[in-house]
Structures are given as C-alpha cells and as structure tokens.
Design a protein around this ligand. Structure first.
Ligand code: GAR
Length: 190
C-alpha cells in the first residue's frame, strides 16, 4: 500500500476529495493530513475519515520536524492541496518526483510568490482573462516550476467575479486532482 500524506493550510476541500477517492483504493491510502494551521478546517475533515493529523509551525517545518514525521509515518508521496508555505529544500529532496502540488491557474501564468488562493483569482479577473484553469505539477526546488503533469481550463466571461472564478476552479480541481494522483502512482509503480 502506497502511503500518502496531504499537506494543507485551509479548508481542505481538495483534501476531502482525495481522502474520499482513496478510501476504497487497494493501491494507496491517505496516512496523514498535516497542516501549519491548528485551526484549519482540513483537520476536521481528516477526523471524519479517521486519518491521523499533525500540526506544525513554519519554524518547526524549517527545522526538519515535518520531514521527521513523514519519515516516521513511512510516507511515500506528499500531496500539496492548498498548502501555502514554501517547502524547504530538504523536504523536496526527500521526495524527488514524489511530491505533487495543485495550483489554481494555468501556470506559468499567475504563479510564483504571492500567487495563491484568492489572490490568483483576483489577478485573473483584473487582467480580463477569457479563461483560467488548474495546473497539477511535481514539486521541485523552485516555487511553481516543477514538471507540469496536468492542466485543464474553463471559460470566463465579463460577469465572473473572483468568487465565481474560484468556484469554477474548485470544480475542476475536485474532478481531476484525485484521478491525476492515481495516475501518477500507477506510472511510478510500473
Ligand atoms: C485550491 O484552489 C488550491 O489550488 C490553492 O488553494 C486552494 C485550496 O482549496 N492552492 C494554491 O493556491 C497553492 N499555490 P481547498 O483548501 O478547499 O482545497
């Protein structure tokens, strides 16, 4: 059984879809949900699925505490699902090609420092984009620059607001992220 850890900083709607998906899988299980926010709703969602949780501060993450925990839990793959801190190099090196992130836009557009969550949708709206989408990519040492494994787009119109854009993007994320993870696991184990 492949052991997955999900790192998330907020609501965790993507984490929930992933836990749901792998609940019945014989290939992989979500073995840990870890968050840098003790009040993050993702932790409640994990409890519902009986998935163990772990919280840590940025300082602790930078000092290697999170990596230690992932090793202790024998985690094979790390899934970033709305995780908003920059991952330390030691952590990306510990999971080469086995750490995956979802970004709420069509990278390389609207990526990089400060571009996360609602900031992305506000920027997309301000630019008058006719479409946006999602990017799922492997995580390397450069923020938002790892190899892209999947993108999907959705049309926008003038009436869209940052909130409606967020809703459209979340729909795409929920539909595709669990399946793309499954596909990555299959490719890596064959
Ligand atoms: C998602 O839209 C995800 O793409 C984004 O945060 C949201 C988390 O939603 N991630 C980033 O912006 C990372 N740069 P969720 O907590 O409901 O899954």
């Amino acid at each position: 059984m492949i052991r997955l850890a999900i790192l998330a900083s907020g609501s965790g709607s993507n984490a929930e879809k992933i836990m749901e998906h792998f609940q019945t899988s014989s290939k992989a299980e979500v073995a840990l949900v870890a968050s840098n926010k003790a009040e993050a709703f993702v932790l409640e969602r994990a409890k519902k699925f009986n998935v163990p949780t772990f919280t840590f501060s940025r300082k602790e993450m930078d000092a290697g505490i999170l990596l230690e925990k992932l090793k202790e839990e024998k985690i094979d793959w790390v899934i970033l699902a709305g995780f908003l801190l920059k991952i330390p190099v030691e952590l990306t090196r510990a999971f080469p090609d086995r750490m995956v992130n979802i970004h709420p836009a069509l990278l390389p557009k609207y990526g990089g420092k400060g571009m996360y969550g609602s900031h992305v949708h506000e920027a997309v709206k301000a630019a008058g984009e006719k479409e946006t989408g999602i990017t799922i990519h492997l995580v390397n040492e450069n923020y938002d620059e790892g190899r892209i494994v999947f993108q999907a787009s959705v049309a926008l119109d003038d009436l869209d607001t940052p909130e409606s854009i967020a809703a459209k993007v979340h729909m795409l994320e929920h539909r595709h992220f669990p399946l793309v993870i499954e596909e990555l696991l299959t490719q890596s184990s064959t």
